[in-house]
Design a binder for this molecule. Structure first.
Ligand code: ATP
Length: 233
C-alpha cells in the first residue's frame, strides 16, 4: 500500500536520508526505530509531503504521492499524528474531532464520534471543553482521535506516547491494540521497543539516514546485540 523507493531528503544542503526503502502492506502495523536524530521524523514528514525529496519516490496504492502538497497527500488517505500533539486549542474536543473529519480511505465502517469516544472514554466528559485546556495525555488522545476521524487508509504516529505519564501511556497502547484489531494499517515511531514488539508486525531500524535492519518482532525482541547496537536498548 505504501512504498518508499530509494528516498533521500535534506534540509538545505544538509542531507538527512540516503536512499531509504520501506514497504507497508494493507493491514500491517510497521514500526520505524532508531536513536534520536537518525531521521525518523524526517521520513514521515517526507511521506506527508512536508519535506521535499532529493531522490527516489513514494507510492501509495500504486499512485505516486511524492511531490504532492501535504493536503493532497492527506486526501489520498494518509493521516499523521505529529510529535508534540497538535490540536486546535480554541476549539472544543468535539469540534476538533469533526473539524477535519472525512472518509478519505472510503472505509466501509468509518470511525465516528461514538467509536472514537468508545476508544478513548476519557474524552467523553470533555466533549465541550476547549482543547487547549486538556492535559498532555488528553490532547494526545484527541490528536489520535482526530486523525482517525479522517478515516485514513494509513495512520502514522510519531512519538505518540512521548512525555506522558505511565497510566496515560498504557491507555494509548491499549487504544493502539484496538486500532490494530480493526485492521487499520499503521506506521508507528516510538521508543518503547517492548510495546512495539507486541503491536507491530515488522520493524525498520534507521541509523544516520539509512535502513540498517528490518525484520519481524520476534527477531527484534530476541536479538539483544541488535537492540544494543542500534537502539541503545
Ligand atoms: N528543520 C530542520 N532543519 C535542519 N535540520 C533538521 C531539521 N529537522 C531535523 N533536522 C536534522 O535532521 C536529522 C534527523 O532528524 P529527525 O528529527 O528526522 O530524527 P529522529 O530520528 O526523528 O529523531 P528524534 O527522535 O530526536 O525526533 C537530525 O540531525 C536533525 O538535527
Amino acid at each position: 500500500m505504501l512504498e518508499l523507493r530509494q528516498v533521500g531528503a535534506a534540509y538545505g544542503s544538509s542531507r538527512v536520508l540516503f536512499g531509504i526503502d520501506i514497504a507497508i502492506a494493507e493491514g500491517e502495523v510497521v514500526a520505524l526505530l532508531g536513536r534520536n536524530g537518525m531521521g525518523k521524523t524526517t521520513t514521515v514528514n517526507a511521506i506527508m509531503g512536508l519535506v521535499p525529496l532529493t531522490q527516489g519516490d513514494i507510492r501509495f496504492s500504486g499512485e505516486r504521492i511524492s511531490g504532492l502538497p501535504p493536503y493532497k497527500v492527506a486526501r489520498s488517505g494518509l493521516a499523521l499524528v505529529p510529535e508534540g500533539r497538535q490540536v486546535f486549542p480554541n476549539l472544543s474536543v468535539e469540534e476538533n474531532l469533526v473539524a477535519t473529519a472525512a472518509n478519505h480511505g472510503r472505509a466501509a465502517a468509518p470511525w465516528t464520534l461514538g467509536s472514537v469516544y468508545d476508544l478513548f472514554p476519557a474524552l467523553t466528559p470533555l466533549a465541550r471543553r476547549s482543547a487547549g485546556l486538556l492535559s498532555g495525555g488528553e490532547q494526545q488522545m484527541l490528536a489520535i482521535g482526530r486523525a482517525l476521524m479522517t478515516n485514513p487508509r494509513l495512520l502514522i504516529l510519531d512519538e505518540a506516547t512521548e512525555g506522558l505519564a505511565p497510566r496515560i501511556r498504557r491507555e494509548i497502547w491499549t487504544a493502539l491494540e484496538r486500532i490494530r484489531g480493526r485492521g487499520q494499517s499503521v506506521l508507528v515511531i516510538d521508543k518503547n521497543i517492548r510495546m512495539l514488539g507486541r503491536i507491530a508486525d515488522r520493524h525498520y531500524i534507521l541509523e544516520k539516514g539509512r535502513i540498517v535492519w528490518s525484520g519481524a518482532s520476534d527477531r527484534l525482541l530476541s536479538d539483544d546485540s541488535l537492540r544494543t547496537r542500534f537502539l541503545g536498548a
